[in-house]
Ligand binder design. Sequence first.
Ligand code: KIV
Ligand code: NA
Length: 277
Amino acid sequence: RTRLIVASLAALKAAGTPITMVTAYDFPSARVAEEAGVDVVLVGDSAATTVLGHDSTVPVGMAEMLMLAAAVRRGLRTPLLVADLPFGSYERSDDLAVDNAQRFLKEAGADAVKLERGGTSVARARALVAAGIPVMGHVGLTPQTAGQLGGYKAQGRTASAAARIAEEALALQEAGCFAVVLEAIPAAVTERLMPYLRIPVIGIGAGPATDGQVLVFHDLLGLLQGHTPRFVRRYAELREPMVRAVARYAADVRAGEFPGPEHTYGMPATELTAFEK
Ligand code: KIV
Ligand code: NA
């Protein structure tokens, strides 16, 4: 496979080939995404919850996101690498947004950035595109502002709410976004919206009508305990095997059964005798 570029997503959409996207936050997860052959890897600010243990995406900052994105970059060759602009890194002004988005491209090697919401984010997206930075939009359930949305729940379930999401997605398209994520909205709303969106649409909890799907790495692999959103399909349950493996290791150490002879280094007998003197 050849390395994907931003234009590859439009080509996939034109060909009717579903776009596959997954998050990654470090070198091993990037290697997994690479070898699995997905099209797009997102260094999501979901890292705040999946790897940093926060209970929302609000606390994660530029320094953390840059470090994670750079690690993912080192593990990727083929997929397009998109990095989330964290909460607080772009809302205040076009200048702030451009400065921070450039850092993801220059310092972490990302191919593009993603930002959330319509509203002021439409102007931010336009400014980033004008500065030469590819931008992915994200509307519907936008976790950075979940507080304003009444929590982590499906959006656009009334006519007026659906109309607002439609306007936001279209405004982001007009602003020059190369793709948009729709999160947690009724499948019927997505379906009505698709004919108006010329750019690739990636869904998460937005039904099957989108041009592609995205899932969070830890969700699809079953790496975390606790609530799983409705839109997640778990393709593995890796947490339990991990706990069992570490518990077996600890038990082996306590029982004196690890390390074994095959894990230890030898030394020439003459050297050992000389050392003993
Ligand atoms: O941060 C994230 O993981 C995301 C995806 C769910 C789209 O924004
Ligand atoms: Na995100």
